[in-house]
Design a protein around this ligand. Structure first.
Ligand SMILES: [Zn+2]
Length: 251
């Protein structure tokens, strides 16, 4: 039965639809009280930008992506799925060996708002332990699968010691819109302080991230040419906090 559901999911692209809806609707619906708890983008004037990749580690695409990032000498943040870390701890290790960051993307990649509290904790904590075992890193940033969360979800994420992160530039690369479109969507929407969401893995049976990888190889030099500097997500969050304290100090 699971296989049948899974193939339906893949065939109809429901995941992409959900991802699209959630990314478009979530910030507005949650209101100002929640937006401060979730990191979307940094409020800065400096041309800094952070890259993030979800749903790995993937045995084919993550190593290829790491080569591309190395070639361009830029850091990125990888939101890893726990059960794939369990399967490919060596790839998680290779990510950590670079100057990249590792975030938590839960164990099964399920819709967080549908899970009871205990299960949510389990999804987060198991992944935390697997990341620590594989890389020695204590992850602190969590991106909810498909960008779906509620106030309760964020409460649990924070109780587990994590900051909830989404992002503001998402070209919906898992829909396979074509390399050209991924590049143009990112370039059109990136501004100072942006957090770009892309995918090096996937939680469906067939995963092809060639489009994303080719796009990344073009996006990085183009953004550099436009004066952008690539920093890690933690650095981006730090800059956001600093600009916040300057603003509140001056008012
Ligand atoms: Zn994901």
């Amino acid at each position: 039965m699971w296989n049948k559901l899974l193939s339906l999911w893949e065939a109809r692209g429901w995941q992409a639809v959900l991802g699209h809806l959630s990314h478009t609707l979530a910030p507005e619906r949650l209101g100002p009280s929640l937006t401060e708890r979730i990191f979307w983008r940094a409020d800065v004037n400096e041309p800094v930008v952070a890259l993030s990749f979800d749903d790995g580690p993937h045995p084919t695409f993550t190593p290829r992506l790491l080569d591309i990032l190395e070639k361009h000498d830029v850091p990125a943040t990888f939101f890893l799925i726990g059960r794939y870390v369990r399967r490919h701890p060596d790839i998680a290790q290779r990510i950590a060996a670079g100057r990249h960051e590792i975030g938590n993307h839960t164990y099964h990649h399920r819709i967080m708002p549908l899970l009871p509290g205990k299960m949510l904790e389990h999804e987060i904590c198991t992944t935390h332990e697997l990341i620590r075992e594989a890389t020695g890193r204590e992850a602190q940033l969590l991106r909810p699968p498909m960008g779906l969360f509620t106030r309760r979800t964020v409460d649990v994420i924070e109780a587990c010691g994590y900051k909830t992160v989404v992002g503001d530039v998402y070209p919906r690369d898992p829909n396979l819109p074509g390399t050209e479109r991924i590049v143009s969507r990112v370039l059109r929407r990136t501004r100072p302080g942006s957090l770009i969401i892309l995918h090096d893995g996937g939680n469906t049976r067939s995963v092809d991230r060639s489009q994303t990888l080719t796009a990344v190889d073009r996006i990085i030099p183009e953004l550099k040419k436009r004066g952008f500097r690539f920093i890690t997500l933690s650095e981006l969050i730090e800059k956001d906090k600093m600009s916040e304290s300057i603003q509140s100090g001056s008012s």
